[in-house]
Design a protein around this ligand. Structure first.
Ligand SMILES: *Cc1c(COP(=O)(O)O)cnc(C)c1O
Length: 398
């Protein structure tokens, strides 16, 4: 048995089957490429769900990680460390936020925001105790904790995991009228993805977010944008909200905040919302640890200094144009913003997964989502030749 087959068998035998990965066993990554145990090279068009925007094993992030790992890794927040303040400063300068709360996974950032806006609702907005409501969208993806799957509309995400926390109202994504109708005096927040990634790169109609922003301001509702996937250059801007010309009250980032080296997430907010959290009311042993901070600082630095956001916009346009030129009777729709792209196949084509396997054989890794959609999201350092090569492979397969 080959090494890869043996590893897959062991995973199958000992691991929980909560994932169904493509059968490719990777052992090394550099830039836009990863290699499997047999030495075959692939162009990574998933980027670990946009956690590796900066490319695999970016040398400057790696250097920062090794340097910090040799000095100090974890103090807990019982004491202070000399990295956190710098991360705060750099994040604030970059995003214009006034208060920051560091966590680890994306789901933790979402949970943190939900806690903070509820408390803000009671203490500042004056909502009666335990009556706070948060508006969410259908087909959302915000993570996998009990709190979060409770307001998912995906049966796979929620079935069998109840009972769930009350206090969430679901409205169709992209429908400003439905959003307006869902607002009550007890609405403390709206939690929305600027583009729904897991749902298949769903871009809302023009003007939707302008209207949502207006409504939130008019009704004193905190607008929380989950930019864990769309943020940090993925859509060709630092934050996807910039495409809409709006500013969220609370922004959630994660994934690429560490360039794929370490779980690091953060809640970015105005001072009022995060200001309600007092000592002892929220925390995390690893949140804000010096290793995470040093890695995140380097990940943010290379993102801006190396022009990755501009490259994402440029290469995204080229990629999208290339995909739109593909003549295939199984392609139903092609869409994207920056390097967050998707090809929706005709349901008659028999599912996207087989095409992902064919792409894998040609040396391109992509992921099917929701049966009929192929998602494409290469690292933001991808170049023209690599984009053209990817389009060619996709054209051949489709
Ligand atoms: C990935 C993701 C999350 C959850 O992040 P984890 O680190 O997996 O917990 C939340 N929201 C969005 C939009 C995501 O893409």
């Amino acid at each position: 048995m080959s090494t890869a087959a043996a590893l897959i068998e062991t995973e199958h035998r000992l691991g929980a089957h909560n994932y169904k990965p493509l059968d490719v066993v990777l052992t090394r990554g550099e830039g836009v490429y990863v290699w499997d145990t047999e030495g075959k090279r692939y162009l990574d068009c998933l980027s670990a769900y946009s956690a590796v925007n900066q490319g695999h094993c970016h040398p400057k992030i790696r250097e920062a990680m090794i340097e910090q790992a040799s000095r100090l890794t974890l103090t807990s927040r019982a004491f202070r460390n000399d990295q956190l303040a710098h991360l705060y400063e750099e994040l604030a300068a970059l995003t214009g936020s006034h208060k920051i709360l560091p966590m680890n996974s994306g789901a933790e950032a979402v949970e943190t925001a939900v806690k903070a806006v509820r408390k803000w609702g009671y203490e500042v907005k004056g909502v009666p105790e335990n009556q706070a409501e948060i508006i969410v969208c259908s087909d959302n993806f915000h993570g996998r904790t009990i709190g979060i799957v409770g307001f998912s509309t995906d049966p796979d995400a929620r079935t069998g995991f109840g009972p769930f926390a009350p206090g969430f109202r679901t409205v169709p994504f992209g429908d400003a009228k439905a959003f307006e109708a869902a607002i009550t005096p007890n609405t403390v927040a709206a939690l929305i993805e600027p583009i729904q990634g897991e749902a298949g790169v769903i871009i809302p109609p023009k003007g939707y977010f302008t209207k949502v922003r207006e409504l939130c301001t008019a009704h004193n509702v905190t607008l929380i944008l989950d930019e864990i996937q769309t943020g940090l250059g993925r859509t060709g801007k630092l934050l996807a909200e910039e495409h809409e010309g709006i500013e969220a009250d609370v922004t959630l980032i994660g994934k690429a905040l560490s360039g794929g080296f370490y779980p690091v997430s953060a809640v970015l907010s105005n001072s009022e919302v995060l200001g309600v959290l007092k000592p002892g009311q929220h925390g995390s042993t690893f949140g804000g640890n010096p290793l995470a901070c040093a890695v995140a600082r380097a990940a943010l630095r290379v993102l801006t200094e190396e022009g990755m956001i501009e490259n994402s916009a440029k290469m995204g346009e080229r990629f999208l144009a290339g995909l739109k030129d593909i003549r295939s009777n199984i392609v139903r729709d092609v869409r994207g913003r920056g390097l967050m792209l998707a090809i929706e196949l005709d349901p008659a084509a028999g599912g996207a997964r087989q095409y992902c396997y064919q792409l894998k054989d040609r040396g391109l890794l992509a992921k099917d989502t929701h049966e009929h959609t192929i998602r494409l999201a290469p690292p933001l350092i991808v170049n023209e030749d690599q984009v053209d090569w990817a389009v060619e492979q996709i054209a051949q397969v489709l």
